[in-house]
Design a protein around this ligand. Structure first.
Ligand code: PLP
Length: 401
């Protein structure tokens, strides 16, 4: 006989698939860079829901736009014109220098669109088996094509057969890409993060992205930047590629585009902007009135908050602040671009996440040994200093233990 189940005593988490190791804390309210849990305790958020809430929690103007749209119209399908989708597309094109946008609902979907663009572009060039160059240490999502593009064995393990058509090289190594182009004729695109996020906040050598631009142009391949984590002002420019004064053929966005409302986008220019035609791709929800009204409000709020200049200023302050705090501390190195900050330790440091939570601070550890900080772009100098003080104290204690 089945044991009797007292449903009142069954914790709800038991009904969820164990895709995440969840910490035992439930947040019930947020404001700016601060969150409150169900016991009323306050936390400073230095992660922004993994680079999502760039404008902080419960942003008043974005919340107002969402509420207004919720009472007007949520969804009509892409069988009809959607004014906010058209406006958001125009504004993203203007900011990025790309031309056309396809809207989906997540980062993985944005990258799926990019991969489909690359394949169709290859077919147009007469290539039967088009290949995309991807990087070691990359992360592009959890769907079959995007996990196949991802350069992390843990993400792929057990899901074979993987999607074919990806060639992998070392991130930051321009000559490896050049060698692949020299040795084969079936390369249609390079898909790369301008700064690797999940891979451990890896900033490539200066000139790398520009070098990729030149190689792709020379070999008629599409340069495709995954800016899902780095985009929307986080690195101190609207998009991280703008630090090198170039423009890709394709760019993907998601995370902070909706400040927490699910939305993703694949932008393209030139020939890449023309390959998707009716019947080749689509999304029921993608770019619906509710999501794109929020996206427009996010663009407005970023502009009103003096972004991306403020993120650049904060990034400079925090990089210098951390370097000063860790000067002379062995086994700790700091790197980053804007408000994508990584502190690499000489040992696995996942335990720091719980220690920080206990200290009232939300951080993340990625690639085993890298403390990843992705604070809201709207933090004050004082909040930035509080993050630096708490993190440096925890890290110092950790490496001394
Ligand atoms: C988070 C992320 C993705 C995947 O986005 P989802 O919305 O989780 O599908 C893809 N690429 C990069 C660089 C990311 O950081």
């Amino acid at each position: 006989m089945e044991p009797e189940r007292d449903t009142m005593n069954t914790t709800p988490v038991d009904a969820l698939m164990t895709t995440y190791k969840r910490m035992d804390v439930t947040f019930v309210r947020g404001e700016g860079a601060w969150l409150w849990d169900s016991t009323g305790r306050r936390y400073l958020d230095a992660l922004s829901g993994i680079a999502v809430c760039g404008l902080g929690h419960a942003h008043p103007q974005i919340a107002a736009a969402l509420c207004e749209q919720a009472q007007l119209l949520w969804h009509t399908s892409n069988l009809y014109r959607i004014a906010h989708q058209e406006e958001l597309g125009r504004r993203l094109a203007l900011r990025s220098g790309l031309e056309r946008v396809f809207f989906g609902n997540s980062g993985a979907e944005a990258n799926e669109a990019a991969i489909k663009v690359a394949r169709l572009y290859g077919r147009k060039r007469g290539l039967e088996l088009p290949h995309v160059i991807v990087m070691e240490g990359s992360f592009h999502g959890r769907t079959m094509a995007t996990l196949s593009a991802t350069g992390n064995a843990k993400v792929q393990a057990g899901f074979e057969p993987l999607v074919q058509g990806f060639l992998r090289v070392t991130y930051g190594d321009l000559s490896a890409v050049e060698a692949l182009f020299a040795s084969r004729r079936d390369i249609v695109a390079v898909l790369v993060e301008p700064v690797q996020g999940e891979g451990g906040i890896v900033v490539p050598p200066a000139g790398y992205l520009r070098g990729l631009r030149e190689l792709c142009t020379r070999h008629e391949a599409l340069l495709m930047f995954d800016e899902i984590q780095s985009g929307m002002c986080r690195t101190g420019t609207w998009f991280a590629f703008q630090h090198e004064g170039i423009v890709p053929d394709v760019m993907t966005l998601a995370k902070s585009l909706g400040n927490g409302f699910p939305i993703g986008a694949c932008l393209a220019a030139g020939a890449a902007a023309e390959v998707l035609q009716p019947g080749t791709h689509g999304s029921t929800f993608g770019g619906n009135p509710l999501a794109t009204r929020v996206g427009v409000a996010v663009m407005d709020a970023l502009e009103a908050a003096g972004q991306p200049a403020r993120a650049a200023e904060l990034g400079t302050r925090m990089l210098a602040g951390f370097r000063a705090r860790f000067a002379g501390v062995d086994g700790v190195s700091v790197r980053g671009l804007g408000l994508m900050l990584g502190i690499e330790l000489d040992r696995p440091c996942g335990d720091l996440v719980g220690q920080a939570l206990a200290a009232g601070l939300l951080i993340n550890v990625t690639a085993d040994r890298v403390v990843r900080l992705l604070p809201p772009l709207v933090i004050s100098d004082a909040e930035a200093d509080e993050i630096m003080d708490t993190v440096s104290e925890l890290v110092r204690r950790f490496v001394a233990a």
